[in-house]
Design a protein around this ligand. Sequence first.
Ligand code: CA2
Length: 152
Amino acid sequence: MPDAKPIYVLNGPNLNLLGSREPDIYGRVTLAEIEKACALRAGQLGREVVFRQSNVEGELVNWLQEAGDKAAAIVLNAGAYTHTSIALHDAIKAVAVPVIECHLSNPAAREDFRHISLVGKAAKGVIAGFGATSYLLAIEAAALLANESKSA
Ligand code: CA2
């Protein structure tokens, strides 16, 4: 696919700690390993991945805006900002490309404060609860949605 736009995979706060702590909830896989697996799966689907992590809310907003111009689709694990960030909600609403909310765990099966997703209220859809595999399922959804769009 010549000139196919990339899939942006954006990760929020504390996800840089993956693999080192709380393995019962989040598994033992590191974010670097997830990045490699995403790149491999996206490559099989004819796409490249731009993979980033930040603990800073505004940086995630900036990257969503950048992806709105450059990406075919966005996979977003906003971490705890999922449940609190009106800024991320508004940024998702403002981009024309599809945003897939992605989680390692299943927030609906956890504490009450994780049951609200401000990201989910703006996203195209949600994939959650499959550990690192959630990212690969989200890459597949992103590639399918991107292929439906003429400009991506
Ligand atoms: O399940 C997910 O992917 C979450 O987005 C992870 C967030 C959590 O706040 C969301 O409710 C669900 C937390 C990411 C923190 O990741 C850590 C990894 C290892 C050790 C400590 C935190």
